[in-house]
Design a protein around this ligand. Structure first.
Ligand SMILES: NC(=O)c1ccc[n+]([C@@H]2O[C@H](COP(=O)([O-])OP(=O)(O)OC[C@H]3O[C@@H](n4cnc5c(N)ncnc54)[C@H](OP(=O)(O)O)[C@@H]3O)[C@@H](O)[C@H]2O)c1
Length: 335
């Protein structure tokens, strides 16, 4: 079958998406970015991935978050993205903000993991080739490497920008002390850190509580929050058990035995509260992450266009009263 020609929606920037400045930079990011960690690999139909990517772009989501090992299988999310990009999104390249990362295990042997210059440089070359891009917009060190000198990892990031292979750089999941070093090193080398990427959701507030979120803002970096729905826990997916087609049933990253009766009870209470705000639980969970003023964008995952459409609806009711925030704290207490 011949695919219909794609033409992006003409009202893509007028359909309700909001844009926020990323730290002290010239970049604005959509409040919602699309993440391709799960559900975009070669185990999923290409047509589904294509439809989710098109839906996102048609609704003002111009920021796409990838990494070398997203799939499954490793590399295949970038390949999927590349196939869709080559076929339909290429004319819109200058409207798109594309991120990739390296830091976790990618290929066998001593050079396919962690934070060496050798790994980061060759991984980015591979990512560009899979995606069919000349450059990415932001390249992240995906995690802190306690064995490699920080200067080596950070200088690789600086040189990647100087080579024109990425316009900006970021760090993901770096602990506070190493992040402080990174902000300073990158600033001194005229490559200020654009973004810190960390997990924030109603059940996991570590970057808020540790000061990582404030630290990013104090250093002029934006903050993008990943897993804002706690991988699907903070949605209607698990209100009555574990559906067969859900992440908890299908993959190792969300363990089914972590979904205890006590957690399901909490999720149901949160769901009732979301309904009282005329929102779905996913929408309330995303709005809650976005109400932190230092958060530039939430990176959502999805397994269908319907989920993505629902998530975008969080922007219709973003405000919380102090009483509502207090109630969320009480309902999530102990998570
Ligand atoms: N830097 C890092 O180390 C790091 C780590 C993790 C993630 N990330 C980034 O963050 C992105 C998002 O992470 P995540 O996938 O864990 O995000 P998430 O948004 O917390 O969870 C996504 C899952 O929630 C369910 N879902 C999404 N929208 C829904 C809705 N409206 N209604 C009902 N269910 C809904 C789907 O589960 P089902 O699939 O079960 O349907 C979906 O796969 C990743 O793609 C990646 O780009 C970065």
């Amino acid at each position: 079958m011949v695919d219909p020609l794609y033409c992006a929606a003409s009202d893509r920037y007028d359909s309700g998406m909001k844009y926020e400045r990323c730290g002290r930079s010239g970049i604005l990011l959509p409040r919602i970015s699309l993440g391709l960690w799960q559900n975009f690999g070669d185990v999923k139909p290409l047509a589904l991935s294509r439809d989710m990517l098109h839906y996102a772009f048609d609704h003002g989501i111009c920021s796409f978050d990838l990494a070398n090992n997203y799939g499954p299988s490793y590399g295949s999310a970038e390949e999927t993205f590349g196939q869709v990009f080559r076929k339909s999104l290429r004319p819109y390249r200058d409207e798109m903000f594309i991120a990739t990362k390296a830091g976790y295990d990618m290929w066998p042997g001593p050079y396919g993991n962690w934070g060496s210059r050798k790994y980061l440089m060759s991984s980015l070359d591979q990512s560009l080739s899979r995606m069919g891009l000349d450059y990415v917009d932001v390249f992240y060190s995906h995690r802190y490497d306690p064995e490699t000198p920080l200067e080596e990892t950070l200088q690789a990031l600086v040189d990647i920008v100087r080579q024109g292979k990425s316009l900006y750089v970021g760090i993901s999941r770096w602990p506070m002390e190493a992040a402080a070093f990174a902000y300073e090193y990158l600033r001194r080398h005229d490559t200020p850190c654009l973004l810190y990427q960390g997990r924030i959701n109603m059940l996991d507030r570590e970057p808020v509580e540790s000061g990582i979120l404030r630290q990013a803002s104090d250093n002029g970096a934006g903050f993008v929050a990943f897993s804002p729905l706690a991988q699907g826990l903070l949605t209607n997916r698990y209100l009555g058990g574990i559906p067969d087609d859900s992440r908890a049933a299908l993959n190792k990253f969300l363990k089914s035995d972590s979904i205890t009766d006590a957690l399901v009870k909490k999720i149901n209470a949160l769901n009732d509260m979301a309904l009282s705000r005329s929102q779905t639980l996913a929408q309330m969970a995303l709005a809650w992450v976005l109400h932190h003023k230092e958060v530039t964008s939430v990176i959502v995952g999805c397994s269908s266009v319907k989920q993505l459409s629902d998530s975008i609806g969080c922007l219709d009711n973003p405000e919380f009263t102090p009483e509502e925030l207090g109630m969320i704290d009480r309902l999530t207490n102990g998570c």
